[in-house]
Design a binder for this molecule. Structure first.
Ligand code: PMP
Length: 359
């Protein structure tokens, strides 16, 4: 089999050594006579897998014991609802920063639960940047401040995170573990697993223990962070396979130098594409320069026909997932941790050729 250069936005590329290890362990995990998927989630061996995965995440991200690391179902989308249900109490206001499609979804969900103050909305600039230092005015006494640190569809990210008095909560779905961050700046970090860390359907939530206590008793037991924290993410039957794959991915990251090393390669990969996008007017990058994502690189061409041609010819040349999100069009290359440098080089070479032929 020839593995295709996979630029999908999520589910997305997984490291080949992870898939190979999962394949080797698929039918029998260790010498237990069964696969991970057939094992009780309460068995000693699965609980050990869960604990190791949490330990790997804590060590990779430098997470202190003030935080709980939880595996939750329903992807990042359910977090959009769980956050206000748990943390936005009656009479309080939560600040939300509207940077694009995903922040917008979080806002819509939170408005169903409580008072939301959208303190920044960049619709006028078509969501092509994040707020810059000093631009945000927070609500005094806000319950929390919510941001989407990397907008997957618009291809923008925060150049620096705001300093807030209220706990800062970040949806990091499309950039979690791709660059070094200081977790202590945040009350909570969460993300869908299907981009940088594993299979879809699972959210990783890193939440300060003191926030977990805030949840009102009126919230459904299943939707309380407290429940999952008390039961170490095993309140009900979790997606054991996803947790196991996250373990393998985090092991792969550790073996390859951790997040610092991931970031270095990610910056190199993104630089290769942005250099081309900046080299001629044939390409139009979407994000404003200081807010460019190093995970989702978005651009447009002169017209839709040319964009379609680009995507089609790239596919023939062995590259997939380059069509921009259906809501905005254009072209997007998602180059998460597991997308090899060689795949990005292949895309860069293809882009140069494409420009020569069509420019
Ligand atoms: N937030 C961001 C930034 C995303 O990119 C996505 C998915 N593409 C989501 C939230 C929703 O994640 P899920 O599909 O896991 O619910």
């Amino acid at each position: 089999m020839t593995r295709i250069a996979n630029f999908n936005a999520g589910p997305a590329a997984l490291p080949l050594p992870v898939l190979q290890k999962a394949q080797a362990e698929l039918i029998e995990f260790g010498s237990y006579g069964m696969s991970i998927m057939e094992m009780s989630h309460r068995s000693k061996q699965f609980m050990a897998i869960c604990d190791e995965t949490v330990a790997n995440i804590k060590s990779l991200m430098g997470i202190s014991d003030e935080y709980e690391v939880l595996f939750l179902q329903g992807g990042a989308s359910l977090q959009f609802a769980m956050i206000p249900m748990n943390l936005l109490l009656p009479g309080q206001t939560a600040d939300y920063v509207h940077t694009g499609a995903w922040a917008g979804k979080a806002i819509k969900e939170a408005k169903l639960i409580g008072n939301v103050n959208t303190i920044w909305d960049n619709k006028a600039e078509k969501y092509t940047r994040a707020p810059r230092a000093g631009e945000l005015q927070f609500t005094p006494g806000a319950a929390y401040v919510h941001i989407c640190s990397n907008e997957t569809i618009g291809g923008i990210r925060f150049p620096e995170f705001p300093t807030t008095e209220a706990p800062l909560i970040a949806d990091m779905s499309s950039e979690i573990m791709s660059r070094e961050i200081d977790v202590n700046q945040f009350g909570m970090i969460y993300g869908g697993a299907q981009k940088n860390i594993g299979p879809s359907g699972m959210a990783l939530s890193i939440i300060k223990k003191e926030l977990i206590e805030r949840c009102p008793d009126t919230v459904s037991v299943f939707l309380r962070y407290k429940t999952h924290s008390e039961e170490k993410s095993l309140y009900n039957t979790p997606n054991t396979w996803a947790i196991y794959i996250i373990k393998l991915v985090t092991e792969w990251m550790i073996e390859n130098g951790g997040i610092k090393a991931m970031q270095k390669v990610n910056e190199e990969k993104a630089g290769m594409l942005y250099n081309i996008l900046d080299s001629s007017t044939f390409w139009t990058p979407v994000a404003q320069k200081d807010c460019r994502s190093i995970m989702n690189i978005c651009w447009t061409l002169q017209n839709e026909e040319l964009e379609e041609k680009f995507v089609k010819e790239a596919k023939v040349a062995g590259m997939e997932g380059l069509k921009g999100h259906r809501s905005v069009g254009g072209i997007r290359a998602s180059i998460y941790n597991a997308v090899p440098l060689a795949a990005v080089q292949q895309l860069a070479d293809f882009m140069k050729e494409f420009e020569k032929k069509n420019g």
